[in-house]
Ligand binder design. Sequence first.
Ligand code: GMT
Length: 375
Amino acid sequence: MKIGIICYPTYGGSGVVATELGKKIAEEGHQVHFISYAMPRRLSQFFENIYYHEVESSNYPLLEHNLYGLSLTSKMLEVIEYENLDLVHVHYAIPHAVSAYLAKQVLKKMNSDIKVITTLHGTDITLVGLEPSFLPLVKFSIEESDGVTAVSRFLKEKTITNYQIEKDIEVVHNFIDTSLYRKVENGKFKAHIAPNNEKILIHTSNFRPVKRVPDTIRILAKVKEAMPAKLLLIGDGPDRSECERLARELDLQKDVIFLGKQDALHEILSIADIFLMPSQSESFGLSALEAMACNVPVVCSSVGGLPELVIHNETGFIAEIGDTDRMAKYAIDLLKNERKHKVFSDNSRKRAVEQFESNLIVPKYLDYYEKILAS
Ligand code: GMT
């Protein structure tokens, strides 16, 4: 097959899923063409069967506002025609699904066609898409896609109820390559972060308000009342300054360590004892899965698709949004009990391998491609 993948190139989960999916299907011998405004972060080396097409923005003075959606449609048309693509798979509905719809209409006028699959990832449905001005367009672009997938049962249900959509939506969970994401020995780094053998809590995200990153600092403050501990914060984004301010206010500057954006995540996750995900909304929680694959149990909020990933009292603990007291209590319970922590840690890895390994999930996308192409 010849597949076009349209995604955001930065650190967001949808871009990561799209890139890892493209790499895996290229390994299977399919030709994959990524279309985006910048090279997706995880494509920084040469991969056989993978091609990259950059969408350039128009800089004509009259067009003060970026016309990304239209530039993307034009680039899609160019690539579909020149490379003879079989289908395009767009990740994150806004504006990708709309641009794809437009490309499809243009092709129809030229007596041609392309199948469009849209994968819904999260805030495209739960937040941005719900803005009244966007909602009708998002609903329309989902209904007009030839195939639609959602990354959790939760997101599928939300899409059906919030947008009144009567369409088959296939649930395909996020996945992880557990041969890459695994616990590795990293004693030197651990000694650097926790020189006195403090327990290590960790959180990775894009620091958007929906992630409630300041809650991780409140949890650390409570855990520290019971034992020495550090908090590693990976990533960057709008709430980072607020987190730095809160850490100073709680006199935790020395214990909250901001590492910024990082690539070798499995090496960093490997030194952690607990992964914190106190999100306000989370359609699946890919970063929690990355932690689980590295044997790190997760303490998270009871939102969205997280209960499809984290099994309460088995691979971690789930508490109400904002209940940092309970999250801290759960963390302390695990950190104080070495045997229990080991069981949770093994369970986490086992669940990642047995349920969410890429070898199990990627074929579901390929089967779905075949089904849509045959429809
Ligand atoms: O909102 C984000 O954190 C980024 C967003 C994205 O689409 O880039 O992530 C969403 O997609 C991920 C991959 O499918 C999911 O694992 C995340 O749970 C989801 N984020 C939210 O729902 C907040």
